[in-house]
Design a protein around this ligand. Sequence first.
Ligand code: PEP
Ligand code: MG
Length: 570
Amino acid sequence: MRNTTEQFVYKLSEGDASMRDLLGGKGAGVAEMTKLGMPVPEGFTITTQACRSYLSGSNDISQEIHEQVLSSLSDLEKATGKRLGDGVNPLLVSVRSGAQVSMPGMMDTILNLGLNEEVVQALISKTDNPRWAWDSYRRFIQMYSNVVMGVPEEVFEQRLSERKTERQVSGDNDLDAEDMEWLAHRFLDDYKQQEGREFPTDPTIQLFESIKEVRANADTPEDARRSQELGAEGIGLCRTEHMFFQPDRIEAIRRMLVAADEEERQEALDALLPMQREDFTAMYEALGGRPMTVRLIDPPLHEFLPKTAQAVETLAKATGHTAEEIKDTADELTEVDSMLGHRGSRLAVTYPAIARMQTRAVVEAAIQVKRRHPDWSLAPEIMVPLVSEPAEFEYVKQVVEETANQVIRESGLPMYCSVGTMIETPRAALLAGDIAAGAEFFSFGTNDLTQTTFGLSRDDAGSFLQDYYDKGLLQEDPFSHLDQAGVGRLVEMAVKYGKRTRPNLKVGICGEHGGDPSSIEFCERVGLDYVSCSTYRVPVARLAAAQASLGRHAPERRKDSNQENQTPPQ
Ligand code: PEP
Ligand code: MG
């Protein structure tokens, strides 16, 4: 009988070297070592499929993955006789990220996860080595803050030098237990200062936040900075909703959703404007003048509403609405199939005020940054998600354009804001020629385009696709490798129709396939101008793009290199 629950977490003893695609290079490697009987510490691997599910969903760990991780953690605790967060016999774990292909130096590790003040005291009692315990704690705070939250390393390095200067010592080894304790506490202060909230002391929260690290979309200034360091030439997709999920913003967006009338809604949006402007300003600063395409809010709005009774109560107090009214709004916004529901451009049709606020925030940020760096060429690009009808795109484009032009006029600074769209439905691909009349660029959202073309839910398909691979009906996961025969044909057709209408139409891809070498080769072949992928896939994507380009131009390049006797440029 078919197993309906997909396995997202594997014991080390369950894998082997052939499972690289599913377990990542590191996961498959340690599984093989375990199989060979080598002394490998206890642990488990979360699959690359879980990562894809996370990236393509609402960027939260699904209930299913959550439960599987907790159950594996409980097995680990039994096997080691220790417990995460235990005040007497604590378990400490390391969280290591990996990928199908090796990316030396790109994947981060968090060591000693599970530490907090109580656990530090337990370690001191057990080892009688307070310096080691406090040093481990301050290192963990530093690693977690940097890797998970993107707090710059320099913040902590500065503290370390501060303490060494004060103590008049030169090496870290010269610092004693008291210094390490002082550093741990200052690091906690720095975290709070940078993030606007306390460092998580609950080890389970530390664990799940660290697991989420493997995401790497360029939605934060830190992502933007890192991706540029890895060689990206800009940001092809900035998903703005992640900004809304931050704790200080979520309340403002919730206020907007439960607003009783237009006036109240506008008030909430006015409160969101400076926050979004600040986000985009930081992103543009981090990009140093390179381009960024910002996508208008995409997910169904009910995702932003409070889920627990306590959160409903808090929102009720903050807004003056009753808990009942808030629950009613949540009911109204909840859909049977939200992935095919009120999301993408449909939100901008119903709530043009959100699109206006977001456009204003992007353009005002670009203007601010341009004033600071007059030599940077800043031209905001705003992208409308999930379009299926040319008139729908035209409506949203008009809202965006009117707002952008007004902001630019007010500033007195010459600037151009372009408006484009994502091609994520078969209808958009079929009508690409009409859409291109108004759209200045296309970005293929191949996560959704795969979902809508196959009629498969990207969140649920994992539970039965294995049957298709086992029976030879499908060769590979269409959410990982672009289905060139079907989805690819739509992409090729849309490029052709779009360019026929607008010869200089810029076309790219921003689904997860943008980081997959075989899909990149296809993109090069059908004439896409750029690929956009998550931060840590940038090096692989650059290599694949260079190889695809060399492959395509091989005869001419050979001629060039013969004539000029030099290695072809990449
Ligand atoms: C896509 O659908 O390919 C895409 C990039 O958008 P999201 O994954 O956020 O829906
Ligand atoms: Mg999409």
